[in-house]
Design a protein around this ligand. Sequence first.
Ligand SMILES: Nc1nc2c(ncn2[C@@H]2O[C@H](COP(=O)(O)OP(=O)(O)O)[C@@H](O)[C@H]2O)c(=O)[nH]1
Ligand SMILES: [Mg+2]
Length: 226
Amino acid sequence: MVGKVKLSQIAGFLGSGKTTALMKIVDELIRRGDKVAIIVNDVGDISVDAKFIEAHGLKAKEISGGCICCQIAGTFAETVAQIYDVFKPDIIIVEPSGVAIPWGLKRAAERAEGKTDVYLEHAPVITLVDASRAVMLERAVKRLVETQIREADVCFINKIDIATKEEIKKAEDLVIGMNPHAEIAYMSAETGEGISYACDLIEQKTSSRYDDAVEAERLKQEYKEA
Ligand SMILES: Nc1nc2c(ncn2[C@@H]2O[C@H](COP(=O)(O)OP(=O)(O)O)[C@@H](O)[C@H]2O)c(=O)[nH]1
Ligand SMILES: [Mg+2]
């Protein structure tokens, strides 16, 4: 029997608040009764008070209420397949590195389907935009930030607790300019504002699967712009 798992990715540049948001999101999802696994690809990025367990060469640790955090061992697809086989989570939340491309992560994750009996469903791609650094980031790493924003289903303007109204407005303009289709939402991963909405999205909404034709079009578009 082919089971199903939902894969949720929290994209965003380094320092945008991914880890902070992810931990709050996971807490809330567990409170809601979901069985959640986490994949982070920065070693030592998450500090959860839990005992390491080793299963199938996978480094995983378990925290209260059925959450598993693991550091990538082997290919991403293998990791997803192993996590599915061992823990059968409802939701796998991924914090990709700050330079990962959402579409590429979908493709990599779907390869897990060839490794075990699982069907991958994507939650909306959430991209965090650090309101207090949006303009600076746009200048410094435009292509990368643009890709993460363009491939997002929902962009959360994060750090609204410290950003000025002007900074938030500038971050909104940045998002709209790069991806007029993205929904814009607001978050303070620090205070917890917006976390509940992020959880609703992850539980209830989906995002398209990786598609070669779309990818070809995307690359064509990117080269045209370059
Ligand atoms: N004031 C404030 N700080 C935040 C917020 N979210 C994250 N931070 C801080 O921003 C820094 C980077 O956050 P982190 O979650 O590690 O970002 P990551 O690199 O995207 O995983 C840390 O010092 C966080 O405490 C927020 O909503 N408000
Ligand atoms: Mg992080």
